[in-house]
Write a protein that binds this ligand. Structure first.
Ligand code: NDP
Length: 249
């Protein structure tokens, strides 16, 4: 799975799954573009990579999104892979609360709108390289919510799965593949960053295998989907969830 000289953009590379993928792509010879907002965390991950391009940017900001693509092309002249991994959730008062639309707008703008925007901006460059896109979704797209206060996150990931199919249809004739990875629980700062009351320890028994994955297990799948080994795979949703969908189902 060599990515020698391939240019790979990873959003949300400052933490968790994105950081693990950035390291793995770099180890496989890719020229990695790391995107995130937290400068300190980006720098800590970048230290472990071979000469990454670090772009401090908010994927939900349209000017920042354009800057991510422009700076990448300016520095490396091409884009081979876009990993739309940046994502978040926040608890809110639910349908009976008064903050649902604020939470909805924030979550949808990062988890969905930014993915659509970045994919659209990267598409002309991906067509030139016959590249591909990997969207990091979640099994939240297909299971009932764990909390009554996180509908927007579940909606955003369900829509993201279908966006993958739409983008695969649109870009397939140009030789560009688009796929989704749907993780189950993965040991990252996700709940902590969400200021959630949930913990991975509490979620673990909800899986068939009674385990929580490590970020590198997700990075493995991301690299597979982005590689030539998956040259026949597009519009697919790869689930890596310790059997959580089956157990919850
Ligand atoms: P983390 O909270 O550890 O990482 C999230 C990353 O997204 C951070 O690097 C953060 O960077 C970045 N990010 C969030 N918002 C923005 C933004 N507006 N602009 C740029 N970067 C942003 O969580 P994970 O690694 O677990 O999450 C990665 C993906 O995996 C998400 O899409 C999540 O929904 C998905 N997922 C995670 C699961 C889990 O159990 N951990 C389960 C299923 C799916 P920064 O703070 O620097 O901006």
């Amino acid at each position: 799975m060599s990515f020698k000289n391939k240019v790979v953009i990873i959003t949300g590379a400052s933490s968790g799954i994105g950081a693990a993928a950035a390291k793995m792509f770099s180890d496989e010879g890719a020229r990695v573009v790391m995107v995130g907002r937290n400068e300190t965390k980006l720098a800590a991950v970048a230290k472990r990579l071979s000469s990454p391009l670090v772009i401090r940017a908010d994927v939900a900001n349209d000017d920042d999104a354009r800057r991510i693509i422009n700076e990448t092309v300016k520095k490396f002249g091409q884009i081979d892979v876009l990993v739309n991994n940046a994502g978040m959730t926040m608890e809110h008062g639910g349908l009976l609360g008064n903050d649902i639309m604020q939470a909805y707008d924030t979550i949808m703008s990062i988890n969905l709108r930014a993915v659509v925007h970045l994919t659209s901006l990267a598409a002309p460059h991906l067509i030139k390289t016959k590249g591909n896109v990997v969207n990091v979704s979640s099994i939240a797209a297909v299971i009932p919510p764990a909390s009554q206060r996180s509908a927007s996150y579940y909606i955003s990931k369900a829509a993201l799965n279908h966006f993958t199919v739409c983008a695969a249809v649109e870009l397939g004739s140009h030789g560009v593949r688009v796929n989704t990875l749907s993780p189950g629980p993965v040991n990252t700062d996700f709940f902590e960053n969400a200021k959630s009351t949930l913990t991975f320890e509490a979620v673990r028994p909800l899986t068939l295998l009674n385990r929580v994955s490590e970020p590198e297990e997700m990075a493995d799948v991301i690299l597979y989907l982005a590689s030539d080994r998956a040259r026949g795979v597009t519009g697919s949703n790869y689930v890596n969830d310790n059997g959580m969908i089956i157990k919850r189902g």
